[in-house]
Design a protein around this ligand. Structure first.
Ligand code: PLP
Length: 485
């Protein structure tokens, strides 16, 4: 006893001594009223200084765990309660049988657990997260200190469910600059796109229980739509966006509660819906009265071609579209800050749902982001990031053309490209063969609604892969694919 104390470097030593003694008392190693070793004895046994033990004993006394008797020493409190774990140790639930349908499905659809993740040391094209080497940490730190010195106390207390007002105002202006008519609309800050989507799906009354989406589409969106019990109809993608004939056919055939669309730098295809198709999509949704949930996650990552506005910018005063924004690709996904712009009446309900679920998004994160943005860093960062991603994007395209000349490539921006092999290829087989050689990517069928679809496709995320590994990885994929023919 005592000499087995193992010190770590992450906490003050006296706290570790206190915790050690407390554990002994609560586990029955030290009994009520038992005399404790003197501070000198304990410091020798534990190989710590005597003042450390004195501090630890003072803390224990403060917590009512020990008491001192003048001239005699320290004793374990008479009223110490040792939890009687033996009585309950036999109570073993099988939690796997207690799970709701929601929990079971969430686990089944969890790509982090069941997807084709990357091992250490592999050349991995699976991530579409930003490259952290581009983060301008010094500006983030400055923004944090600036904001904390202005109103640190306020930021550490509870905030508002709708969001941190200065950030909300910033984002409203930001959306207005994208051409959005804000009349009758309002904003809610969320924990990224994903929470916003979950909130909106949870808010909508199911009439048909059916939802439309692009096929393929963002896996997290498919997962959440299914978790909310929507039956999904996928509309095929053409090089300039949705297949409008199919879209109209589906809309005619049955009623839909919503359509989830990613019109700019779609995940996984990278396709940007053409302006003509955007107009037609809004016309059709209006005709069939299907609310659109627009995912604007990648809008800023444009490398070529003309400016694209979000669908919401074409809505005027119309309120049939719910826009979900996120800074996860263009800035820092770790901050988990996104936003919803929608009809004020809908936002009012979403605000209450947000309060019920999580009270609010971290005010610290929101205010840090606000200060970073209003310090004028965003534009500079974006310029740098865009230049770097564009350079990498062009490198990937060149490598793909060289090593996979039989493939069709799509993707006009963002942090990934989508590759379609001739129909006889199976990219899961290609992945297995590449993995042996230390290269991974995401098989494209992950993003399709039905089994058997997209089996000859793959998504290549390039943002976090070095130039050297881009060249090497795509060469290996190309050579491996050539051997599979
Ligand atoms: C289509 C799409 N929307 C949104 C996001 C961002 O989600 P979040 O803001 O929750 O990080 C991603 C991230 O990969 C995405 O692919």
């Amino acid at each position: 006893m005592y000499s087995d104390l193992q010190l770590t470097e992450d906490r003050p030593v006296y706290i570790q001594v206190k915790d050690y003694m407390k554990r002994l008392m609560l586990k029955g190693g030290l009994q009520a009223k038992q005399k404790l070793p003197s501070t000198r004895e304990l410091s020798t046994l534990m190989k710590v200084s005597r003042s450390t033990v004195l501090l630890a004993y003072a803390e224990l006394e403060d917590e009512g765990l020990i008491y001192a008797v003048k001239g005699k020493g320290n004793y374990v409190s008479a009223s110490i309660e040792t939890p009687n774990a033996t009585a309950t140790a036999s109570w073993q639930l099988d939690w796997t049988t207690e799970m709701s349908e929601y929990a079971i499905q969430a686990e089944q659809y969890d790509l982090m657990k069941h997807g084709s993740g990357a091992e250490r040391g592999e050349i991995s094209f699976t991530s579409i997260a930003p490259d952290e080497k581009l983060f301008d940490l010094h500006n983030v730190k400055r923004a944090f200190l600036d904001r904390m010195s202005l109103e640190g106390e306020v930021l550490l207390n509870y905030g508002y469910a709708q969001g941190y007002r200065p950030l909300m105002n910033y984002l409203l202006r930001y959306m207005e600059n994208k051409g959005v008519d804000l009349r009758g609309k309002d904003i809610l800050i969320t924990n990224g796109f994903t929470e916003g989507f979950d909130l909106v799906l949870g808010a909508l009354r199911k009439k048909s229980g059916k939802a439309l989406c692009e096929n393929p589409t963002h896996h997290t969106a498919i997962k959440n739509l299914k978790l909310h019990q929507f039956n999904l109809t996928g509309v095929n993608m053409e090089p300039d966006g949705l297949d409008l004939k199919q879209l109209e056919h589906e809309l005619e055939a049955s009623p839909y509660d919503l359509a989830y669309l990613v019109p700019s730098y779609h995940n996984p295809t990278g396709i940007v819906t053409s302006p003509a198709k955007r107009v037609e999509i809004i016309r059709l949704m209006n005709k069939y009265q299907v609310p659109i949930i627009e995912d604007g996650f990648n809008e800023e990552l444009r490398y070529s071609g003309s400016h694209v506005s979000p669908l919401i910018a074409s809505m005027g005063k119309g309120n049939g579209l719910v826009y979900l924004g996120s800074f996860s690709k263009v800035l820092f996904p770790g901050l988990r800050v996104g936003w919803i712009i929608a009809d004020a009446a809908l936002i009012d309900y979403l605000e209450s749902m947000k309060r019920a679920r999580s009270i609010h998004t971290s005010t610290l994160d929101q205010s840090l982001l606000y200060q970073y943005l209003s310090n004028g860093n965003f534009e500079k960062y974006l310029k740098r990031a865009r230049t770097e991603y564009k350079r990498k994007y062009e490198l990937v395209v060149r490598c793909l053309k060289q090593h996979l000349p039989m493939c069709r490539i799509s993707g006009a921006g963002g942090l990934h490209l989508f590759v379609q092999f001739p129909s006889e290829y199976r990219t899961r087989e290609l992945l297995a063969a590449c993995k042996v050689k230390g290269v991974t990517f995401t098989p494209g069928d992950t993003f399709y609604l039905e089994p058997g679809q997209g089996v000859n496709t793959m998504r290549l995320g390039f943002s976090r892969v070095s130039d050297e590994n881009i060249r090497k990885g795509i060469r290996i994929i190309g050579e491996t694919a050539a051997q599979m023919r």
